[in-house]
Design a protein around this ligand. Structure first.
Ligand code: ACO
Length: 427
């Protein structure tokens, strides 16, 4: 017998189906509610509303679990790399050797930008934010590769996926070079995905960039950790736009716009800004006391999390694989030293310990990006590069679901009731 929930309103009573996921989480299917009772549900910010069923990512915030297609991020960061993890997200399975080679070949083939697209770059102002450039250029891809439909996507997922995953990296590096007024460095067929990106970012015709294995590993880990996080704001945006059958590139470009907001992808930048202030003041203790003071609304950015209440598994993984990169850079960068001191003090402080406030992924990701030499405006761009396979996987899942419907929430109207038009002379 399937589970039911009973909703009583006035003298009406309605039985609603309870659906269960593969990890035993349950949801009440309210699809028939309005038809049967005239009522809708109201859930500001979707705090308690499931928008879809999905096979892609599982999170258990209490236990600190994050798995893509069933495989834990710890396992992936230990054994995989960003390219293979991308394939896993797109396909629901790890690639065979041949499949992996084909996918890598496609990433290489699609890594160049159409020369006409490079011309777009010229006309952005020098101080244009790279997230703005990224969103605009990804949207423009629909003019260059117009034929991505739900059907072709199913047959050509490797091609559509590789094109976006590869080009976003080239666009990001070109946007950075544009912002510092240097000529672009083109992608190389001889470098892996992450090495290629670091080289395009930091190499120049007058100074070679020496790739460091630990940094390449750290970047792989960071991109894997950002690759998906189920129905967050930007992914829900991609699904919402995709639900109107808008094309893949337009849908993903909307996701980039959503990610840009400071409440979403911008948090790692807030951490660095806070650290700069603490460092300037020379008084860490003052900031810790301010964060504990209930009459002050200051909080330590990078500590605590809405979903992960015991620990953020992504932060733990970063610590495991990237500590050396941080340690090496800390000696040369006072901000990193401030960060490590702050972390040490907070983890011993009763206020933070009793409330289970641990460093979250944004605390470490910003520090690592800084340690690797990325400018602060590129932090959210790096998040977008990492999230690309997740967005594509969600778009594909949505558009290949025969039961999917256009996303169209309802509302409770709180404006005027009917009133008549007042002519201008009488207003
Ligand atoms: N500094 C000081 N105190 C904090 C902090 C913090 N960073 N975070 C939570 N607290 C305190 C709260 O004041 C509250 O104390 P109380 O119980 O005495 O009233 C208690 O801890 C619980 O906090 P809530 O606000 O109820 O926790 P919530 O789940 O609503 O908020 C959030 C989570 C928004 C992440 C919060 O911890 C915070 O503001 N952190 C700083 C911002 C940040 O790092 N954001 C990035 C999150 S990661 C990501 O989005 C990818």
């Amino acid at each position: 017998m399937s589970d039911k929930a009973t909703l009583t309103y006035g003298d009406q009573s309605l039985e609603l189906n309870v659906v269960e996921g593969s990890e035993s989480e349950k949801g009440i299917d309210i699809g028939s509610l309005r038809k049967e009772t005239g009522l809708i549900t109201l859930d500001n910010g979707f705090m308690n509303t499931g928008s879809c069923s999905s096979r892609i990512t599982f999170i258990d915030g209490e236990k600190g679990i994050l798995r893509y297609r069933g495989i834990s991020i710890e396992d992936l960061c230990e054994h995989s790399n960003f390219v293979e993890t991308s394939y896993l997200l797109l396909h629901d399975r790890l690639p065979t050797k041949e499949q992996a080679e084909r996918f890598s070949g496609l990433l290489n083939r699609f890594s160049l930008l159409h020369e006409d697209m490079r011309n777009f770059l010229k006309y952005f102002p020098l101080d244009a934010h790279p997230m703005n450039i990224l969103g605009t250029m990804v949207n423009a891809l629909s003019s260059f590769y117009p034929n991505v439909s739900a059907n072709s996507m199913d047959e050509e997922i490797d091609i559509c996926g590789a094109r976006l995953i590869s080009k976003i990296r080239t666009i990001a590096a070109f946007a950075h070079k544009k912002s510092i007024g240097e000529p672009v460095i083109r992608p190389s067929k001889d470098l892996s995905y992450c090495s290629n990106f670091l080289n395009m970012m930091f190499s120049s015709s007058v100074s070679d960039y020496e790739l460091d294995d630990e940094q390449v590993k750290a970047l792989n880990v960071l991109l894997i950790l950002h690759a998906d996080h189920e129905q967050n704001c930007s992914t829900s945006t991609v699904r919402m736009v995709g639900s109107s059958q808008a094309n893949l590139y337009a849908s993903i470009s909307s996701g980039i716009a959503a990610l840009w907001g400071p409440l979403h992808g911008g948090a790692n930048q807030a951490v660095m800004e806070m650290l700069a202030k603490i460092h300037e003041s020379g008084d860490i203790h003052k900031y810790i006391e301010m964060a504990k003071d209930k009459s002050n609304n200051f909080r330590l950015s990078g500590f605590g999390h809405r979903v992960y209440k015991n620990f953020d598994p992504r932060a733990m993984v970063i610590k495991k694989y990237c500590q050396n990169v941080l340690n090496t850079a800390a000696g040369k960068d006072p901000l990193l030293e401030t960060a490590m001191k702050l972390e040490e003090l907070v983890l011993k402080d009763e206020y933070f310990v009793s409330r289970k406030l641990y460093p979250n992924v944004d605390f470490y990701s910003g520090l690592l990006y800084k340690a690797m030499g990325f400018p602060v405006e590129m932090y959210t761009v790096l998040f977008a590069i990492g999230r690309m396979p997740g967005w594509i996987a969600h778009w594909k899942e949505l558009t290949s679901d025969p039961t999917a419907k256009i996303g169209r929430p309802r509302q409770i109207y709180t404006g005027y009731t009917e009133r008549s038009y007042t002519p201008m002379a009488e207003r």
